[in-house]
Design a protein around this ligand. Structure first.
Ligand SMILES: Nc1ncnc2c1ncn2[C@@H]1O[C@H](COP(=O)(O)OP(=O)(O)OP(=O)(O)O)[C@@H](O)[C@H]1O
Ligand SMILES: O=C(O)[C@@H](O)C(=O)CO
Length: 423
């Protein structure tokens, strides 16, 4: 069918997060990894393209996002969603703002909204300031992110240097007055030439109002949660006519592997929890990898019983990440680890692994690409924004869960494995 909403996500975990929240509605959600190299076919009501453009040079991010937009438009889509991180992960150059402006220009639209709020995961926006739980973004563990350290909490200040046109705000007081008040404020800002509008939201009720006010904008941007109310809104007025459908879960073979390249505070706790349960763990050190490559990890993995779901992890505390980055450079340290974890994923698959738990957006991009995954079906949610997904790799059905760095409970790895057996 012609897509009712088509989304472009800047990383792979973000894409499964969005696809998972849209799939809560029961509507069919199709998730493609990268821009397909064949014309659209078998498109769903909700189409999501996952890119790996959060930290690439601005020109590359813009070019890839434009290619994704062109593909989605050729499928007939008219409403688009640009998905980035609920912690607004970006640098002074981009890539959130430049991609928005490129998409707006291609769509011929003069205004869009920015709403990364995700209340279920503790992300709230008030007076344009983003909070992670009770902490302002810049005081949260995101200040130490290996690739996009967030050192300001104000979304307008973060966005302004990334865009060429003016940035404004629809604050919570307006959102609390309802759908018409939000629409009127957006129109008044548009009349003043304000193209980029941050919208406050602290609770799911706010997101319902914002989604209802913006549902027919050619382009909305944000985290996954502001898109979550859209399927119900489209169903209520008949735009979405299909009934809820169930995703058929393919039979998944027995081997499991856990791969962690996220260095978030939560992933550090998840790795510790999994180790404390007695799981077999191999720790990657970027400095050793730079000297010796991933062979030791591959040898270790080759000797493991995959029914015990061994963990290969580079997850480390901020001081240790900083040491590796000082020696190797930020991008090289990241890439060395991603390459090693991707090699482990392929080796594990070749040794019989069929269930993959992966932590970290960049890491997930590297792993999914190495496994040759091009399309995913969305299955059961393990934690808010983290579903199991089904795909094929080297002709075999596999299950993958791609966990955003900060998502999931401390027990996430064990939770994910248990959920897969129960699905
Ligand atoms: N010990 C380490 N030292 C330096 N860099 C590391 C180390 N371990 C992992 N990395 C790199 O840090 C980056 C972590 O980014 P990734 O997107 O995978 O996780 P995340 O940002 O926590 O997840 P998300 O984007 O989903 O929130 C990757 O490029 C990874 O290769
Ligand atoms: O929005 C989030 O926090 C996640 O989906 C994400 O993008 C992490 O990479």
């Amino acid at each position: 069918m012609t897509p009712i909403l088509a989304a472009i996500a800047d990383d792979f975990t973000g894409a499964t997060d969005l696809a998972g929240l849209l799939a809560r509605s029961g509507a069919r959600v199709s998730l493609r990894m990268g821009v397909p190299d064949t014309p659209p076919s078998d498109t769903a009501a909700f189409e999501v393209i996952a890119l790996k453009i959060r930290t690439v040079p601005v020109a590359d991010a813009v070019a890839e996002a434009r290619a994704a937009l062109a593909w989605l438009r050729s499928a007939g889509a008219e409403r688009f969603f640009w998905k980035y991180c609920s912690t607004f992960d970006s640098t002074a150059e981009g890539n959130i703002g430049p991609v928005s402006e490129a998409l707006m220009s291609d769509l011929g639209t003069a205004q869009t909204i920015y709403c990364p709020a995700f209340p279920e995961n503790g992300r709230a926006i008030f007076m344009g300031n983003l909070f992670v739980g009770r902490q302002p973004l810049a005081e949260s563990p995101m200040k130490d992110h290996p690739l996009t350290p967030m050192r300001d909490s104000n979304l307008m200040r973060l966005l302004a240097p990334q865009v060429t046109r003016e940035v404004g705000l629809v604050d919570r007081l307006t959102v609390a007055r309802g759908v018409e008040a939000v629409r009127a404020e957006l129109a008044s800002l548009a009349a003043k030439g304000i193209a980029h509008v941050v919208v406050d939201a602290v609770a799911d009720e706010d997101l319902g109002i914002i989604a209802a006010a913006c549902r027919d904008m050619p382009l909305m941007t944000g985290g996954s949660a502001v898109a979550m109310p859209l399927p119900a809104l489209y169903r209520a007025d008949g735009t979405l006519s299909e009934e809820a459908i169930g995703v058929e879960r393919p039979a998944i073979g027995a081997g499991r592997v856990v791969l962690s390249g996220s260095c978030s505070a939560m992933t550090n706790r998840q790795v510790a929890d999994y180790g404390a349960r007695g799981a077999p763990v191999f720790r990657l050190d970027p400095l050793v990898l730079a000297e010796e490559g991933p062979q030791a990890a591959l040898d270790w993995l080759g000797a493991q019983d995959l029914s015990a779901a061994p963990l290969v992890t580079a997850t480390a505390a901020p001081d240790s990440v900083k040491r590796a980055q000082e020696k190797l450079g930020v991008a090289a340290a990241g890439e060395i680890v991603e390459t090693a974890l991707a090699a482990c994923a392929v080796a594990a698959r070749d040794a019989g692994a069929r269930g993959f738990v992966v932590a970290g957006g960049e890491t997930s991009g590297a792993v999914a690409k190495a496994l040759g995954v091009t399309r995913l079906d969305i299955g059961a949610e393990i934690a808010p924004g983290v579903p199991w997904c089904y795909a094929r790799s080297a002709g075999e059905p596999i299950a993958l869960t791609l966990k955003s760095g900060n998502f999931g409970a401390e027990t996430f790895f064990a939770d994910a494995l248990a959920r897969l057996e129960a699905a």
